[in-house]
Ligand binder design. Structure first.
Ligand SMILES: C[S@@+](CC[C@H](N)C(=O)[O-])C[C@H]1O[C@@H](n2cnc3c(N)ncnc32)[C@H](O)[C@@H]1O
Length: 211
């Protein structure tokens, strides 16, 4: 049982190979609802330039293109297989130059300063090795007025204590609270941070704006 959870969490951390492909297909479906809830916070424009960090199978990238018909959506992931799968899912938009999928690490973004209007991170920051450094990288790459949206399906809560603690231990991951997110985002330079919870589902969304 524990071995299976560990295997799954390892594939969530960095999906690779046949098992990774099955995992991203599951995530593309299973993260759809929480992603939709989170995306409501964004102030997307038709011509926004957006990046989805830890894009996995590329479903959120695909979804963001619908809201930015005159813009461009980037996806970034450190798994070479995810880059391939996200490219496949978004093939048409990639061929049109509307979507660009890049292999890279969130701790060292391969972009110049101030080029994105919006950055999103769905179900991924649990695995980032140095969250504050990565948040600083996001801040650097955002334009003035740019928005950084974090969407997680878990945060520390009494009703979910056992499950979340087991995940953190077995998966070597961090499930941050709203207060923790707030502190890291402020330390990265974001002055305005709004955090909202969906308590029954244990969901959390955080929107940080570069002012
Ligand atoms: C649980 S999956 C979520 C994928 C996708 N965002 C979704 O909602 O379906 C986490 C993703 O983050 C990526 N990831 C984790 N750490 C990363 C890092 N340091 N740099 C870039 N990508 C990372 C993983 O490769 C994986 O695709």
């Amino acid at each position: 049982m524990m071995d299976n959870i560990k295997k799954d969490l390892d594939q969530c951390r960095k999906p690779l190979g046949t098992e990774g492909k099955e995992m991203v297909e599951r995530m593309n479906k299973n993260h759809y609802e929480v992603t939709g809830w989170g995306l409501q916070m964004l102030n997307l424009q038709d011509d926004s330039t957006v990046i989805d960090l830890g894009c996995g199978g590329g479903k959120t990238v695909q979804r963001l293109t619908i809201h930015t018909p005159d813009g461009r959506v980037y996806g970034l992931d450190y798994s070479e297989d995810c880059v391939e799968w996200a490219n496949q899912l978004n093939e048409e938009a990639v061929n049109e130059g509307k979507v660009v999928i890049i292999r890279g690490d969130v701790g060292n973004l391969p972009f110049e300063d101030e080029i994105f209007d919006v950055a999103t991170a769905v179900e991924t920051i649990y695995f980032w090795p140095d969250i504050e450094r990565s948040f600083k990288e996001v801040y650097r790459s955002l334009k003035q007025g740019g928005e950084f949206l974090i969407i997680n399906e878990a945060y520390p809560h009494e009703d979910h204590k056992e499950k979340n603690r087991a995940y953190e231990e077995i998966g070597d991951m961090v499930i941050p609270s709203g207060d923790q997110l707030h502190e890291w985002l402020r330390n990265a330079g974001f002055k305005k941070v709004v955090i909202e919870l969906e308590e029954e589902k244990n969901w959390i969304r955080a929107l940080a704006t570069k002012e």
